[in-house]
Design a protein around this ligand. Structure first.
Ligand SMILES: Nc1ncnc2c1ncn2[C@@H]1O[C@H](COP(=O)(O)OP(=O)(O)OP(=O)(O)O)[C@@H](O)[C@H]1O
Ligand SMILES: [Mg+2]
Length: 266
């Protein structure tokens, strides 16, 4: 059952690929569930990576996905909501698959096309403490839907692939979304992922981000280190907490969960 707290909807977003969005959505989701929170994950990426990590080998064969829910919203139809929610251990999730790409194309001709995911999220707010939306690596209409549906953004930035320019572009989109669609949208923070603390590159990149954005944005104290246990956990359909409880990445995601439930940076 949901606790008394106000529901918080996070979009885990960065148009750069492979920066740890899906890993963060899953690990934070499990971290929050371990603290007794009721959590819903939404796979909002046509790649379906979150869905695969939740134990579904062929997401493209699924029929009841977030893409179908989006289609219902676009057609003003009332879905059978419950059949879209699956469960994996302690968290609920709505799967996603390649159909989302078709939905994205169809949004062009839909009235209020930026608001479709917001309608879906609104339905589930009363059931969950946290709803985490795993975004795809683009700034297209799916991501604009996620920015419109969210209360707050969590932006993972890999210390290997970061491009400061990419962050600037994302922030420009946030400003436009705030102006036209979601004035209360907050940025919870930037999360440094795949952080190799012993390398100069990681230090340089984290300094670059801190110097460029610290005055305007929160940067989480927690940095997520690199570990081979992360892809291994994904391959075994397990969260890092179940797969390698004592691993440094599990400890880091637990700290991130603490930072977020501390409540100062929502
Ligand atoms: N801390 C980590 N240490 C080692 N490998 C990691 C770590 N975090 C993520 N990875 C691996 O890096 C790859 C990309 O991670 P992930 O899928 O979370 O990124 P993403 O931003 O969701 O990617 P996409 O943009 O394609 O959706 C995956 O193989 C994942 O297992
Ligand atoms: Mg992903």
């Amino acid at each position: 059952m949901k606790t008394e707290q106000k529901t918080i909807v996070f979009a885990i977003v960065n148009q750069k690929g492979g920066v740890g969005k899906t890993t963060t959505a899953i690990s934070l989701g499990y971290g929050l569930a371990r603290k007794g929170k009721k959590v819903l994950l939404i796979d909002f990426d046509p790649q379906g990576s979150l869905t695969v990590s939740m134990g579904i080998d062929n997401p493209d064969q699924l029929t009841d996905t977030i893409a179908d829910l989006m289609t219902c919203m676009m057609q003003d139809a009332e879905p059978e909501w419950d059949k879209f929610v699956l469960r994996h251990d302690e968290v609920d999730f709505i799967p996603g698959n390649i159909e989302l790409a078709t939905v994205e194309a169809g949004l062009v001709n839909t009235m209020s096309r930026e608001q479709m995911l917001k309608l879906i999220v609104a339905h589930f707010r009363s059931d969950y403490d946290y709803i985490l939306i795993d975004c795809c690596p683009s700034l297209g209409m799916l991501t604009i839907n996620a920015l419109t549906a969210a209360d707050s953004l969590l932006i993972p930035c890999s210390c290997e692939y970061l491009s400061a320019k990419g962050l600037e572009l994302l922030l420009k989109n946030v400003i436009r979304v705030r102006k036209f669609l979601n004035p209360d949208l907050k940025i919870s923070g930037i999360l440094l992922t795949m952080y190799r603390g012993n390398t100069n590159l990681a230090k340089d990149i984290s300094e670059l981000i801190t110097d460029s954005y610290q005055s305007a944005l929160h940067i989480y104290q927690t940095r997520i280190p690199v570990s081979v246990k992360v892809p291994e956990a994904g391959m075994n359909n397990r969260s890092i907490f179940e797969y390698a409880a004592k691993n440094k990445v599990a400890a880091a995601y637990e700290m991130l969960t603490e930072e977020i439930t501390g409540g100062e940076n929502v």
